[in-house]
Design a protein around this ligand. Structure first.
Ligand code: GRF
Length: 208
């Protein structure tokens, strides 16, 4: 049984998809050990509580500087003794020390087809605003292993989603969530937990 910690920053719809997938058996061999938010009062924490999962907050506001926060964040994560760390709508860059300690054990969901519309400044609704601004006809979501870069780690899976002419950033975000994010992330966790994928030599390899 793998211990999984989920890091969140907001509404937690990806967290909810994971919780539901564990409950339904779509994800096996996983125990959701904890949820860590970098913000107080977010819905993600309510979702964790409703599912009986320990939730906590490690906020940069509570520390003198980013270095102090990074240290506290890594300590909190490590306290859960995770086998896998899932960034589900988590909006902070993972400290390099944490990437080193948990190399190959951190995955992230990004709401675009990396390497498009990703990197510094591309998160949440902003991604979909840029997609509509550029006028691309297809977007989607990507699950990837986390490395020292921002959205640059080895890609695990991707799913394309059509852009409609009458889309707003909000309608597009919802479709990308429903058709891509909420499917890809649980599947990637189940694949990892059951030894079907791993990160080797900087790439995602499929084992079976
Ligand atoms: C989603 O667009 C997700 O892809 C991005 O953050 C947004 C909110 O995610 N990383 P959630 O509802 O908090 O899971």
């Amino acid at each position: 049984m793998l211990r999984v910690v989920v890091c969140v920053s907001g509404g937690g719809t990806n967290l909810q998809a994971i919780i539901d997938a564990v409950k339904s058996g779509e994800i096996t061999n996983v125990e959701l050990a904890g949820v860590i938010s970098n913000k107080y009062g977010v819905k993600s924490l309510d979702r964790a509580a409703a599912a009986g999962i320990e939730g906590c907050v490690v906020s940069p506001k509570d520390y003198a500087d980013r270095e102090e926060f990074n240290k506290a964040f890594l300590e909190k994560v490590s306290g859960f003794k995770p086998d896998l760390i899932v960034l589900a709508g988590f909006l902070l860059k993972i400290p390099e020390e944490m990437v080193r300690v948990y190399s190959g054990k951190i995955i992230n969901i990004h709401p675009a087809l990396i390497p498009s519309f990703c990197g510094m400044g591309y998160y949440g609704l902003k991604v979909h605003e840029k997609v509509l601004e550029r006028g691309v006809k297809v977007t989607g979501a990507t699950v990837h292993f986390v490395n020292e870069g921002m959205d640059e780690g080895p890609i695990i899976s991707q799913k394309a989603v059509e852009v409609h002419d009458d889309d707003t950033p909000e309608t597009l975000q919802l479709r990308v969530m429903e058709e891509a994010e909420w499917k890809l992330l649980p599947r990637a966790i189940d694949d990892y937990a059951n030894g079907r994928i791993a990160m080797e030599n900087g790439r995602c390899v499929r084992k079976v």
